[in-house]
Write a protein that binds this ligand. Structure first.
Ligand code: PEP
Length: 254
């Protein structure tokens, strides 16, 4: 089964609209033109419109949001709906990032509601899962990941699940400079695929793309992507530099 790699940038709370314009003026020149696979950029909400403008001439790069409300509309001050994101040109939305889970109390019930809201609106969820170091060292790796998958994907149909992107991001590797070794990431991602197989059947699990995230850089991307169950990356810190991110895209796709 050939799964098309998908390389996504999570800018977190970085990049004003002005900085976004500067990023794309460099990145679009650096972007490889041949064999380009799926490339996704998730700016903060306020920079989505500027990013959409900059991408008018580059439809090979898709836009993502970093979060959204589970509600469709109404009295939810400060929230952003799936319909608003679609209207701005988003194709994807990152859901369940470990920072949303740990800093903003999002649990699998909330994340599941967001997954359903995104799918209903026509956005593709990039669903993040991952264990803390304490959980890994305590022998809970598999139970944590299967609980997160089962909870976040509850009542999601097989057809819908086939289009979702899973981002496996060990919390201890996010923003720490400490990457999972290619073997560690492969072993865990094969486990994630086995859970998807139990939930949706072997054929569907072979179609679902599983990204790795956690201190991916130009220097480690090629080795990570050579693993059979690593189907792309979700990149935080290194995606803020247009040259570095373009290098990761090259390593991940050509
Ligand atoms: C992330 O936040 O999704 C992430 C993977 O960050 P970093 O690449 O900086 O570890």
């Amino acid at each position: 089964m050939i799964r098309n790699p998908i390389i996504a940038a999570n800018w977190k709370m970085n990049m004003t609209p002005t900085e976004t314009e500067k990023f794309f003026s460099v990145f679009l020149k650096e972007l490889p033109t041949s064999n380009l696979r799926d490339v996704v950029i998730a700016p903060p909400f306020v920079s989505l419109a500027k990013a959409a403008d900059m991408l008018m001439q580059a439809d090979s790069v898709k836009l993502s949001a970093q979060n959204m409300s589970q509600e469709a509309s109404g009295a939810f001050t400060g929230e952003i709906s799936a319909a608003m994101l679609l209207d701005l040109g988003c194709r994807y939305v990152i859901l369940g990032h470990s920072e949303r889970r740990s800093l903003y109390g999002e649990d699998d019930v909330v994340i599941n509601k967001k997954v359903h809201a995104a799918l209903a609106a026509g956005l593709i969820p990039i669903l993040c899962i991952g264990e803390s170091l304490e959980q890994r060292d305590g022998g809970q790796l598999e139970s944590v990941l299967s609980t997160q998958l089962e909870g976040s994907l509850a009542n999601v149909s097989t057809d819908a699940a086939k289009g979702i992107i899973i981002a496996y991001e060990p919390v201890w590797a996010i923003g720490t400079g400490r990457t999972a070794s290619p073997e560690q990431a492969q072993e865990t991602q094969a486990y994630v695929r086995s859970v998807l197989s139990r939930l949706y059947g072997a054929a569907a699990s072979e179609v679902i793309r599983i990204q790795y995230g956690g201190s991916v850089k130009p220097g480690n991307a090629a080795e990570l992507i050579s693993q059979p169950d690593i189907d792309g990356f979700l990149v935080g810190g290194a995606s803020l530099d247009p040259v570095s991110f373009a290098e990761i895209v090259r390593a991940g796709c050509c």
